[in-house]
Design a binder for this molecule. Structure first.
Ligand SMILES: Cc1ncc(COP(=O)(O)O)c(C=O)c1O
Length: 403
């Protein structure tokens, strides 16, 4: 047997992945993936963009590019981010191979084995894996319906024996919890972090996918508030507003952090694909991105509302969930004794699949929760699938009452 590194051995083997392989049957209704619907990709626009590239642009697209990104995309993306109020002129922008790479680079920049870092519980699984791969000691803080639990965070910071290397959060339309932090929570968090010398990684993969005008005030990113005395490393992605197959994301970070990150990216992949960067640049520069975001936002809102209605109709009363205001996900809280992996097994037999909660617990324990995605399933399928999820939960409750 080869001797694997201790960092690789610390990665969790995925029980969920094994279960998911059972879910490959035809006609299975999928509430599991966090990917956009294939039918929503802007294929005609991308065809047109490619066909209209000049010979020079095609040559740039086929060539290695600068580690920070091709200048064309850096320019158009800056304008896109400037419209969100982000401080693009006083920070450095780097294009990355998906925003997961941005998170991975930041993790490598800060974490030594056994270092404490703080995340929300639940937390995006890709980030958990990245942090574990650098052997971080993950400290988690529960999420409330208004954002990270500030009292618990304060208690953790006050009692910390060593300073955490960073705090990683997803304030806008959290994956998996769907939560949108209130503006008050964002402001209070800023106050708590100012002067602590703990960088904040703000993952903003979903903020364009808001559904309701009245939430726009809460959507302001912490990075856009530009507070003094906190190093905010902001990450974003083209995955949900164009296509994850492009593998393009970005980080907007203070200069002194950027310099380390650029060195790390050089060692990872030298540069992100120039080809997809050129396509993304044209998509943003032409303004097509804004129309596209409007279209998908409307479609995802319809799916979210359909799923909420179906859940309200079919779920037993003691199951609660946060009504999504944007993004891709609904997070269900089941009574404490319920094991959602057992519910999932039953659901798969009935022809529907979701992700059980402990996948998103950095410690792999809390499992009376589950994530339903509505992004990649038609309203018809949502209406067929939710009663099956509800039946699987009811069956578990009936069996546990008999015991
Ligand atoms: C919260 C969050 N951050 C980051 C990502 C990574 O996206 P990508 O690497 O495709 O840009 C995802 C993908 O699902 C996500 O949900």
């Amino acid at each position: 047997m080869p001797q694997f590194s201790s960092s690789v051995n610390s990665l969790r083997s995925s029980e969920i992945r094994d279960l998911m392989s059972l879910a490959n049957k035809p006609n299975m209704i999928l509430f599991s993936g966090g990917m956009p619907d294939n039918n929503l990709f802007p294929l005609n626009e991308i065809d047109n963009i490619f066909n209209n590239l000049t010979e020079k642009e095609k040559q740039i697209a086929m060539q290695y590019g600068p580690t920070s990104g091709i200048p064309e995309l850096l320019g158009s993306l800056k304008e896109f981010l400037r419209k969100k109020g982000l401080p693009v002129d006083t920070n450095k922008l780097m294009i990355t191979t998906g925003s997961l790479q941005a998170i991975n680079i930041l993790a490598k920049a800060f974490i030594d084995p056994e270092d404490d870092i703080i995340v929300e519980n639940p937390c995006f699984i890709g980030a958990i894996s990245a942090f574990k791969s650098y052997q971080a000691n993950i400290v988690s803080i529960p999420l409330t319906s208004e954002g990270i639990d500030l009292n618990k965070l304060k208690e953790t910071l006050d009692n910390a024996k060593k300073k955490p290397k960073f705090l990683y959060i997803t304030p806008n339309f959290h994956n998996p919890a769907g939560t949108l932090y209130t503006l008050e929570t964002k402001k209070a968090l800023i106050k708590m972090l100012q002067g602590q010398d703990i960088p904040l990684i703000e993952d903003d993969a979903y903020s364009d996918l808001w559904y309701y005008e009245e939430d726009k005030g809460d959507l302001t990113t912490i990075k856009a508030m530009n507070p003094d005395d906190i190093d905010i490393c902001y990450t974003g992605s083209f995955s949900k507003i164009l296509g994850p197959g492009l593998r393009l994301g970005w980080m907007l970070v203070p200069e002194h952090i950027y310099q380390k990150c650029e060195l790390i990216k050089q060692s990872f992949d030298a540069c992100s694909p120039s080809f997809t960067q050129m396509l993304a640049h044209k998509f943003v520069e032409s303004g097509a991105v804004y129309d596209y975001i409007n279209n998908v936002r409307t479609e995802y809102r319809k799916r979210a509302e359909a799923m909420v209605s179906a859940l309200q109709k079919h779920l037993p009363d003691n199951i609660t969930f946060t009504i999504p205001r944007g993004g891709f996900y609904i997070w269900l809280h089941l009574p404490e004794h319920i094991d959602s992996t057992e519910v999932l097994k039953c659901a798969i037999e009935k022809g529907v699949v979701f992700v059980s909660g402990k996948t998103f617990d950095p410690h792999g324990i809390i499992n009376n929760t589950l994530r339903l995605s509505f992004c990649n399933t038609s309203i018809d399928k949502i209406n067929q699938g939710i009663p099956l999820v509800a039946d699987s939960i009811k069956k578990y409750l009936e069996n546990s009452n008999k015991k």
